[in-house]
Design a protein around this ligand. Structure first.
Ligand code: KG4
Ligand code: ZN
Length: 349
């Protein structure tokens, strides 16, 4: 079954073509980073306009990459939940038009399902249910227990900034490029992770919640103090110390949650999952405890259309196609019907 998947949830226009949930025939991503860079973050109206400009070209490019035509597609999938509303609308409209014109099923998924399924696409049955998924990106940071196709238990999430958002904001304050993650990681390699004793927010709380806003503020305060004293900024040390704090919190909470839930398989997903320190630290700590870790390859970590097509294959088999009347929803809980909020009762702060 060949599915064309579209993701326009945020600032990248992406289209993928995937066969039977695993074989990627195309994965084309049009990055808008240049358009947003001078603003130091994503400007929703600019993102929507860029999607409008790009969407037809990217669909065409994906079909060319796959050596396929619209007529070869068995279904069209789109992330219609969670993201910037005007951006989502562009992808949803395109997907509906293709479904209608080709008379093929439309499959709407939650953007986070794409991130989660990037692991299932890549690792297949090796990553058996139930497993834990730490989804860390620019717009979200959450710990989930994936019980079955389309059934998720929310163990914890960030109460303020997402981890990637903290990277982006620190990079912006340091005058670095957007998105901040890759450049902060690169500079951190030459820095001392113990140079600054930044806080590890909520690390000792008996829950699986995160908070990155206080850490971000602590880094910004340190920068201000140095600037006021007229001292040169030790950018590498600042990046390394900040990154170490983020990784310490993410890894510690993830392992504690896995232990509490008796989960032996841990998957990483989202843009921050590309971070090598996070991957290496989690891999090592998990191995010591006899747990297995899984992560997608880089082109499936960032927002992309292939993960949408991959997730849609499994979710279509599980919950059927969507109606042509599906909405674009900026804020919608994952799975809508199937998310269980475990942390709220059991892991209260
Ligand atoms: O998954 P993604 O493309 O978009 C969202 O769904 O948010 O993730 C983008 C985020 C950005 O915040 C970016 O700074 C971060 O992922 N990121 C990284 C790295 N590469 C991208 N963060 C840390 N280390 C990286 N190497
Ligand atoms: Zn994402």
């Amino acid at each position: 079954m060949l599915i064309l998947g579209i993701d326009t949830t945020c600032d990248d226009t992406s289209v993928g073509i995937v066969e039977d949930g695993r074989t990627i025939h195309a994965n084309v991503i049009a990055s808008q980073h240049m358009a947003h860079e001078r603003f130091g973050g994503i400007v929703p109206m600019i993102a929507a306009r860029q999607h409008v400009k790009n969407i037809n070209l990217i669909i065409k490019a994906a079909l060319e990459e796959a050596g396929a035509t619209f007529g070869d597609m068995d279904a069209v999938a789109v992330s219609n939940h969670q993201g910037l509303l005007l951006s989502l609308v562009v992808g949803v409209s395109a997907a509906k038009s293709i479904a209608l014109a080709q008379d093929i099923p439309l499959i709407g998924i939650h953007h986070l399902e794409g991130h989660i399924y990037s692991n299932i696409m890549e690792h297949g049955p090796e990553l058996a249910f139930p497993f834990q998924c730490l989804t860390v990106a620019g717009g979200h940071t959450l710990l989930l227990k994936i019980e079955d196709h389309g059934t998720y238990v929310l163990l914890g999430h960030t109460r303020d900034d997402a981890a990637g958002e903290a990277y982006d904001k620190i990079a912006r304050r340091l005058g670095l490029s957007y998105p901040g993650g890759p450049i902060v990681e690169k500079l951190a390699r030459a820095g001392d992770p113990n140079a600054f004793a930044f806080p590890r927010p909520m690390i000792d709380k008996p829950n699986f919640e995160f908070s990155f806003s206080g850490l971000k503020t602590a880094v910004i305060r340190a920068i201000e103090k140095l600037e006021q004293a007229g001292e040169p900024l030790p950018v590498e040390d600042l990046c390394a110390s900040f990154q170490q704090a983020v990784v310490d919190v993410l890894v510690s909470k993830t392992l504690r949650a896995a232990e509490a839930e008796g989960l032996t398989r841990i998957a990483l997903a989202g843009g921050v999952a590309m971070n090598s320190l996070l991957r290496a630290t989690l891999d090592e700590a998990a191995q010591e405890r006899g747990l297995r870790t899984f992560s997608p390859s880089p082109n499936l970590c960032i927002d992309n259309g292939a993960m949408v097509a991959g997730a849609a294959y499994y979710l279509w088999r599980h919950r059927g196609p969507s109606a042509l009347t599906i909405d674009a929803l900026a804020n919608a809980p994952l799975g809508l019907h199937n998310l269980k909020y475990k942390h709220a009762s059991k892991y209260k702060v």
